[in-house]
Design a protein around this ligand. Sequence first.
Ligand code: NAP
Length: 473
Amino acid sequence: MAYKTINPYTNEVVKEYSNTTDQELEEALQIGKDLYEKFKTQLVKERGKILHDVAAKIREQADELARACTIDMGKLFTEAQGEVELCAVIADWFADHSEEMLKPEPVETSANGTAEIQHHATGVLVMVEPWNFPYYQIMRVFAPNFMVGNPMILKHASNTPTSAKMMADIIIEAGAPKGSIAHLFLTYDQVTNAIEDPRVQGVALTGSERGGEAVAQAAGKNLKKTTMELGGMDPFVVLDDANMDDVSDIAWRSRLYNAGQECTSSKRFIVMENVYDEFVERLKENFSKVQPGDPLDPKTTLAPMNTKKAKEDLQEQVDEAIKAGAKVEYGNEAIDLPGQFFMPTILTNIDKDNPAHSTELFGPVAVVYKVSTEKEAIELANDSSYGLGGIVFAGDSEHGAEVASQIETGMVFVNNFRYSLPELPFGGVKRSGYGREMSRLGQMAFVNEKLIVKADRPDMNNLAGGLVATDPE
Ligand code: NAP
């Protein structure tokens, strides 16, 4: 059985799940299609009430959800609680705002009559989601698409089946009709079969480039729309006049949150030479303070990585980086606990040929670069095949924003920690993917923007130029 919960703190196999059969997938697709037809006649505001009930139920079961997530993938319980609350916030936000966003929009036109764009559902969607934020990733796709009336088939990561099932069950228990979210334990081939099915109209994936490529290829072959939220090597740029107390408070958190397993973790610190030594010293100091231990214990501040394989893969990448000339400024020592812990590590002296310069390190490893000009900082920030997010610290936030606007990513935060909130669009460019989740942009990702031009009668003096046949007489 591929789907199992293995607690990465104790290494104990907690629960295994059988794969979904082809027959079960077929049933889910048909239930989804029937629900899509029903949703067409339901007012958006009716679904808004249900989505508020979903938010309430998530809050009611917050601790059980947080605990399941900690056991599935090792996240600190306190961080898991934050993730659960964010899901409720997202559900409430779309429940409150979708009706307005989905109202028809008038279009000024020289055509005869009036024109408007209506926003309609398109059909069943497939969502493929990762383990690192097992609840939040679901909610980012579920909330806007439930509101528009797109039923969803969910294929979640094989190592977080318990959390995924819990969230999908809660949504249905809160009153969403069966089929609104059908959580299935699918094989990769079944995901492809679902994408090929004519009842499916779109696919949203969050995950690696490997997963993204496979799923986008199947979708492209079948002309299905996709959104791709993929990896990142987000830069954290420290300008020469930055407030170093703020930088030091944010830098370590932005690397170690979720044990560094976040697409928008700051993975490359690009620091001006006048503050470089201080930066490295303070990062070391903060990294040395974290306390590994039971992630359910609120005193623990360093979580284990999500699986044994993830830890081994990261170690291999760090070893390769060192072989290619990286200097270990801090860390890279074993942690004497049975869980999948990786000691926070700082690498410097990374040149452009070092694999750590171009491959995502998905764990608590910071790469720090020294630069002597702002131009060099921007060039280095953009010297990446990824383009997801980033942070800029500057003495003057206006100037910080000028630098931010030159960084080729989908999101940049100036003198701030990174935010992920329902009103802010989330997504990237380059190999970090395409499309946006959350906000109005995420609301419209799988919507049929249908044009209706309406007139009482045709205006024979206002026909569209050469586009109509000329009068035979
Ligand atoms: P992954 O291997 O691509 O897994 C993500 C999901 O895709 C899982 O459900 C996985 O299922 C599924 N999947 C993978 N290959 C597939 C295929 N060929 N067909 C169908 N489904 C497939 O990603 P990961 O390595 O676990 O996740 C970490 C990556 O996600 C990092 O690169 C991170 O930066 C990125 N990420 C991006 C965002 C964002 O919003 N941009 C957010 C979080 C994470 P299995 O588990 O069964 O393999």
